[in-house]
Design a protein. Structure first.
Length: 431
């Protein structure tokens, strides 16, 4: 096979055979095909797209590039959950314990923050002592014992995604349905669960800017999951405004604990419960996850998981030394909060990484005081910035002000769960 011919086929909008896709990935991982040729091919995929069978073949080749988890020692129908990434998205920290408390075994491999979006591993690591690097044996034993583990993916799993993702990140080739779908689903398939619930975010703060493209991505991922023999369902949820009232690692863990204790933000609770409902339904468990908030069992499950991974909640979560309120320039109702701006602001306060090697300030972030739909008076706080120094907070505050759109009329909070996408194998239905 000839690499120039393979790139040219995608440039001209032709369909690859699974052999061609295998040739590209194997050659790239073996160092025989250089970055620039794969970059040219990725750009051709972005502009030309891929058929579903190409995307499935790409996903399968990516899974085959590394190790896969063997979860057979865990009894029951195991369900994983994945979000395509958002701002203030701490749903895993709530839905995981909810589903586990209902009896669903939840083996969850998570990622770190990406661009302006936060990562579950970074959030969990804000708990003093908590380890996310579990060996496969530790991971399986923990799910057997307490029904829930959230850990980092081994670097030996899906190395093709790691290599391709790094290249996509620097060649403007991230936003492509087949590339995102194969990237996400290769990791989910390698992680070994029997069922997968996808939370596909749509809007300003997400990788998919609108509902239609999010539904397209959701449908693609559901079909890949079902095509690979895993029960898969997706919810498309709103990410125009940040989710919940906090953005930043320790702040989000605190908020997750509040929701598990029966408080917290309405949208955050709704989406977390609904994700857990889908997880129970895939596992064939007829229980109401909301009841596990009321009886305290979900919070208890989360605390058990934290303790099992070495976390010491009793030592307290890290708290930022500087808290700077962001005063509202006018009175009115909050119509929108730009999630992308809030994500970048949180990053600049130290909650995320500008470069791969940057350390994270686990205490940094933003607490939203005036949510969409709230009435706010001039001079009252829209948010409070949590960070390590006033010098850092000042410029971020000025920029962050533009994230709030305040209007003179009352505003109803928009619906949060936008679509549900379900597969039934070949010829699947979408609702
Ligand atoms: N998340 C992933 O894991 N991969 C992508 O390509 C985009 C978001």
């Amino acid at each position: 096979m000839n690499i120039l011919e393979v790139i040219a086929r995608k440039r001209d909008g032709l369909e690859h055979s699974p052999e061609e896709i295998g040739f590209l990935l194997d050659g790239y991982l073996a160092g025989e095909i250089p970055d620039y040729q794969i970059a040219a091919w990725l750009m051709a995929v972005v502009t030309r797209g891929m058929t579903r069978s190409e995307t499935l073949a790409l996903t399968r080749a990516m899974v085959a590039s590394g190790e896969v988890m063997d979860l057979s020692a865990i009894p029951g129908f195991k369900v994983d959950k994945h979000s395509t990434g958002g701002v203030g998205d701490k749903v895993t920290l709530i839905a995981g314990p909810l589903a586990a408390a209902c009896g669903v075994p939840v083996p969850k491999l998570s990622g770190r923050g990406l661009a302006h979006t936060g990562g579950t591993l970074d959030k969990l690591e804000s708990v003093p002592g908590l380890r996310v690097e579990l060996s496969p044996a530790e991971f399986v034993a923990q799910v057997r014992e307490i029904g829930l583990a959230v850990a980092a993916q081994s670097p030996r799993m899906v190395p093709a995604d790691k290599a391709l993702y790094a290249l996509r990140d620097v060649t403007a080739t991230v936003p492509s349905v087949p590339l995102i779908a194969s990237s996400v689903m290769s990791k989910k398939l390698a992680a070994g669960a029997d069922g997968i619930v996808l939370d596909v975010k749509a809007g300003r703060g997400a990788f998919m800017p609108d509902v239609l493209s999010a539904v397209e991505l959701a449908r693609e991922m559901v079909e890949i999951g079902e095509g690979a023999g895993r029960r898969t369902v997706a919810l498309v949820t709103a990410m125009d405004n940040p989710l919940g009232r906090s953005v930043g690692n320790a702040l989000e863990v605190k908020e997750a604990l509040e929701v598990l204790a029966g408080g917290g933000d309405r949208d955050l609770r709704e989406v977390s419960v609904q994700v857990a409902v889908e997880m129970c339904s895939l596992a064939g468990i007829d229980r109401d996850p909301a009841a596990t908030i009321a009886d305290g069992s979900a919070r208890q499950r989360f605390e058990q998981m934290i303790a099992a991974q070495g976390g010491r909640l009793a030592d307290g979560l890290p708290e930022a030394p500087v808290r700077l309120p962001l005063a509202s320039p006018r009175s009115g109702w909050v119509e929108a909060i730009d999630a992308l701006e809030v994500g970048y602001a949180s990053l600049e306060l130290g909650a995320g990484r500008m470069r791969k090697e940057d350390p994270i300030d686990h205490s940094a972030g933003i607490v939203i005081e005036a949510q969409v739909g709230d009435r706010v008076e001039a001079g009252r706080p829209l948010a409070v910035l949590h960070t390590s120094s006033e010098a850092l907070a000042g410029p971020v505050a000025r920029r962050l002000l533009s994230a709030w759109r305040i209007v003179d009329h009352e505003v109803a909070r928009p619906p949060h769960i936008l679509r549900r996408v379900e597969g039934h194998g070949p010829g699947s239905a979408v609702h």
